[in-house]
Design a protein around this ligand. Structure first.
Ligand code: FAD
Length: 542
């Protein structure tokens, strides 16, 4: 398929998750011409996986709560690495984010008198997490898709973006292809808003889906001239399933521990007594993940390299009433009845706390006309994300950046494009489509995940990170010899090849930044680099 469509729009949003949709709604409400692209069905973007809730100091349950306390909790939980301006902006604007959702019909759980209910989430001083059962992300995504549809925002969710087009440090569009028929797209745009998610899929066990969070935001931003901050700061959730292989990392909700679940190592010992005897299994996410990781690493894990999470001592009725989703998941994925037997779990990559470097006030990236929002961006979470803060970040910065993008586009006097840059974007896709080497993209993706899992998990040391880098060198060498073979079913093979390129860049960024960080903060082994930035030269732009 040699068809190429040229499309002009004022603003192009890359990513149809919560962040991208919120920005697009703001633009459309302001009458700005905006278009959203995504590489996965918009009704099923990563955002739909979010379960527990979304934070804002509404004080509907605890009158003493304030946005200042929300900010203080966020900074404390971040191990003091969050950017205070970013935190202030999110905490202060959070109630407005909830009000927007409410106005568009979000079915928040409510008290009998109509107030929005709020519940406790770990490390919050007050109850400030709003929710819709344990389907909060799904309902937010539905609400945003409905609103964007009402506003006639074009949403093309089988469109894979391979490059952001930039001339002289000014954005002029993006290049991509359709996943179903291979049609190429040149988007001419004043502004590109990058909302393409994080990079947790570069670990073998991850709570995200197969085809998302492959680090696309990192690669697209770096190739455009942007920078990445704190890529090594990744939140690992303590309990992801080990099997089956293709669903490895599927989360077992924290509620399993909250309801009285017990963690044991392969020797049958209740190991949390050695790490946090006061709180045991109710300790914080980072501590429990670190404890489980240590047990496994030091040879006290289960035969398959995990630990046991057991709820079978709880009354069956409690399990069915309080943990129905966990019960269902284990039956579906493993045919295992958790009322009778323990679950085998291990820490799982869950959230990218770092991301594209942005200014706190407007999420500009240093490349004119390029903004980054949502999990793709950085600044709010430092070394440990406070549960419920990600979803509100999407709402707050989606709105703010939508407003700023509208202004930037309106004030743009003229824009220079570049045939050369466009030609390079085209040539990159052509080259991969013509690639007929022996190496299999999926196998390389797996090798990369193994490397990251082995050498850049919860606990890292210099020797391991260096080994990881040398394995990555080999993988990148083999990447020069891939074969790409789109078939009648679509151009997924081409997409996987680009996923791999992004994953390799995200992996290198993570390993290099982890090497630079010489202290332990939060979940990883972080460092104090003067300006907190990771600068990349041209060697990463492949
Ligand atoms: P995403 O939802 O990841 O969307 C990214 C979009 O970019 C997608 O549409 C994708 O198709 C598109 N895209 C990516 N690459 C390309 C490309 N190359 N070309 C075109 N499109 C591309 N957070 C909370 O606050 N509270 C919770 O209770 C909570 N629970 C969670 C539970 C689970 C199991 C998981 C996995 C996460 C949870 N989170 C929670 C985190 C939260 O869900 C995410 O951080 C958030 O949804 C990210 O939204 P986003 O819009 O930034 O990106």
């Amino acid at each position: 398929n040699n068809t190429e469509h040229q499309i002009a729009t004022s603003v192009l949003v890359i990513g149809s998750g919560g962040a991208g949709l919120r920005a697009a709604i703001e633009l459309a409400e302001r009458g700005v011409d905006v278009r959203v692209v995504g590489k996965r069905a918009k009704a099923d973007a990563h955002t739909t996986l979010a379960a527990g809730g979304i934070n804002a100091a509404l004080a509907t349950m605890d009158e003493e709560d304030t946005w200042q306390q929300h900010a203080a909790d966020t900074i404390k939980e971040s191990y003091l690495l969050a950017n205070p301006d970013t935190v202030r902006i999110v905490a202060e604007n959070a109630p407005r984010g909830i009000a927007d959702l409410e106005r568009w019909g979000m079915p928040f759980a409510r008290e009998e008198d109509g107030r929005i209910s709020q519940r406790f989430f770990g490390a919050h001083t007050f109850r400030r997490t709003s929710f819709a059962g344990d389907y909060t992300g799904l309902e937010i995504q539905r609400t945003l898709v409905n609103r964007a549809t009402q506003l006639n925002v074009p949403m093309h969710d089988t469109c894979y973006i391979t490059q952001i087009l930039v001339r002289d440090n000014v954005v002029f569009g993006a290049y991509g292809f359709d996943l179903e028929n291979g049609t190429r797209y040149v988007f001419h745009a004043d502004v590109v808003i990058l909302a393409a998610g994080g990079h947790t899929r570069i670990w073998r066990r991850t709570s995200s889906r197969r085809d998302e969070n492959t680090g696309d935001s990192f690669r697209l931003a770096v190739m455009a001239g942007g920078r990445i901050r704190d890529p090594e700061l990744v939140q690992f959730h303590p309990s992801g399933l080990i099997a089956p292989e293709d669903a490895a990392g599927t989360l077992v909700s924290e509620a399993a521990r909250g309801e009285g679940g017990i963690l044991r190592n392969g020797l049958g010992e209740r190991f949390m007594s050695n790490y946090d005897p006061a709180r045991m299994e109710l300790s914080t996410r980072d501590r429990v993940a670190l404890a489980a990781y240590t047990e496994i690493k030091e040879g006290r894990g289960t035969p398959d390299g995990g630990v046991w999470l057991d709820v079978s001592h709880l009354p069956r009725e409690t399990i069915m009433r309080r943990l129905p989703r966990v019960y269902q998941t284990l039956l579906e994925l493993q045919m295992r009845g958790i009322t009778r037997e323990p679950m085998e779990v291990a820490p799982t990559a869950h959230y990218s706390m770092g991301g594209v470097w942005v200014q706190p006030e407007d999420h500009s990236t240093g490349v004119d006309g390029l903004y980054a929002i949502g999990e793709a961006a950085s600044g709010l979470h430092g070394a440990n994300r406070l549960g419920g803060n990600s979803l509100i970040e999407l709402l707050v910065y989606g709105r703010i950046v939508g407003e700023i993008a509208a202004r930037y586009s309106a004030e743009l006097a003229a824009q220079r494009r570049s045939r050369v840059v466009l030609g390079e974007a085209r040539a990159e896709v052509d080259a991969l489509l013509a690639a007929d080497g022996q190496e299999n993209v999926r196998a390389l993706q797996r090798a990369l995940r193994n490397t990251m899992t082995e050498h850049a998990g919860v606990v890292r040391d210099e020797a391991g990170l260096l080994k990881g880098l040398s394995e990555l060198d080999e993988i990148e060498e083999r990447m020069n010899n891939v074969g790409v073979h789109p078939d009648l079913a679509g151009f997924q093979d081409l997409a996987h090849a680009f996923d791999l390129k992004s994953s390799a860049l995200a992996a290198r960024a993570t390993l290099e930044a982890a090497l630079e960080r010489r202290e332990t903060r939060g979940l990883s082994i972080p460092s104090d680099r003067g300006d907190g930035l990771c600068h990349f030269g041209s060697d990463l732009r492949r």
